[in-house]
Design a protein around this ligand. Structure first.
Ligand code: CP3
Length: 360
């Protein structure tokens, strides 16, 4: 059992548990990434994205980079959701400038029947990175572990790459729901084991990225995505050494299903920028905390506009006396073309304005 330094800033964890905080904590999806010149330098040394992600020393280095630049309230493991299907033997690769692909996507019944929960040993590089990052953060802020949702992983496993329309997987969903459910069941077990191993290695909160749940029809979302995220949550260890490990669920495009999402056992829901924070809070009540949801495109505007949008967002959420439970974030990952100074303005605005709000 690794021993870690005590946590100096637990604002993020308290907000996820809807406990009072002195200000609204903030972090950014993809906060370690190509918009940072120091990330690009490390990536060049590593040779490729996978070279970075599969090497715990490099993964630790880039995870810490945004923390050294900005007073963020959480860090997130540098890795990718596609490590799990890669460990299932599908052969993850990145074609230059084209995003992730699989050499052996799941298309036939025989391929689906041959799919298995991967041996977690094959993902040991991820758990090593978690422990090393947690050690080197030295208690500055909590470390978030993460996974893709069973459905979102299945999208890449069946399509073999990203997609706009998801024709291949939707055809399987409607024509062979039995095959679809088999993949999702295996994915749910794999994701639960993967997150539990990250928690054992030192992750202090976990987040499930359901990036493509919003591509589903009403009804299909509940059956093929939400239900399997609930299965993951049911199998998760929610406490480690007597400390609660909060779980965040984020369906991009899931604003219309927040009411149902609030009942699957998550501590918090991630929101994209289409959602009004105040209305979302009224809808979910005290069931879950909320994380989000500034449009990442706002970071291309001036510092004054960024400050105004942050203020608008915090005002929409409402005064803290009405209940805490907000973690500020973007509504999706930060763009690689974002000027790094925009993040400085955003983080400062969140901290400054939310303190002022609490002072009344
Ligand atoms: O938030 C963080 O800083 C942690 C790191 C992280 C990455 N991917 C690093 C990454 C996280 C949490 C992810 C999750 C992820 N990966 C998701 C879910 C979140 C979302 O964005 O909806 C998805 C769908 C993926 C799959 C994936 N990986 C895609 C589509 C791409 C290409 C993206 C692009 O902009 O080119 C990746 C590669 C990837 N994962 C990069 C990073 C920093 C870019 C790789 C590079 O350096 O070239």
């Amino acid at each position: 059992m690794p021993q870690f330094a005590p946590l100096k800033n637990d604002t993020f964890l308290r907000a996820l548990l809807r406990q009072p905080t002195e200000y609204t904590p903030v972090w950014l999806m993809r906060q370690a990434g190509r918009y940072l010149p120091e990330y690009r330098a490390t990536r060049a040394r590593a040779g490729s994205f996978l070279g970075l992600a599969k090497n715990p020393d490099y993964a630790t280095e880039v995870t810490l980079q945004p923390l050294d630049r900005y007073p963020l309230d959480a860090s997130i493991l540098f890795s990718d959701i596609l490590t799990v299907p890669d460990a299932m033997g599908l052969g993850l690769y990145f074609a230059d400038g084209e995003g992730p692909k699989f050499e052996r996507p799941l298309r036939t019944e025989a391929e689906v029947m041959a799919l298995n929960v991967p041996d977690m040993e094959s993902l040991d590089y991820v758990f090593k990175a978690v422990t090393q990052i947690r050690t080197e953060i030295n208690g500055r802020v909590p470390l978030i572990g993460f996974s893709g949702s069973p459905w979102t992983l299945a999208c890449y496993m069946v399509e073999g790459q990203g997609s706009r329309e998801f024709h291949t997987i939707k055809k399987m969903l409607y024509a062979r729901p039995d095959l679809m459910h088999r993949i999702l069941e295996i994915n749910a077990t794999a994701v639960a084991q993967y997150l539990n191993a990250q928690i054992d290695a030192g992750a202090q909160a976990v987040m499930i990225f359901d990036s493509w749940g919003g591509a589903l029809a009403d009804g299909a979302y509940q059956e093929f995505s939400l239900r399997y995220m609930q299965r993951v949550l049911e199998q998760l260890q929610r406490e480690k050494d007597g400390v609660r490990i909060p779980a965040v669920v984020f369906t991009k495009g899931g604003g219309i299903w927040l009411d149902e999402m609030a009942d699957i056992g998550a501590d918090a829901l991630g929101l994209d920028w289409t959602v009004n924070l105040g209305r979302a809070r009224a809808l979910v009540g005290d069931r879950v905390a909320l994380q989000g949801n500034l449009d990442p495109a706002i970071l291309f505007a001036s510092p004054e506009q960024i400050r105004a949008e942050v203020e608008r967002s915090l005002t929409a959420y409402g005064a803290p006396s009405h209940g805490h439970g907000h973690v500020f974030n973007l509504g999706h990952g930060i763009s690689q073309f974002t000027p790094p100074e925009s993040v400085t303005a955003m983080v400062d605005a969140v901290h400054t304005f939310s303190r002022r709000q609490r002072a009344g």
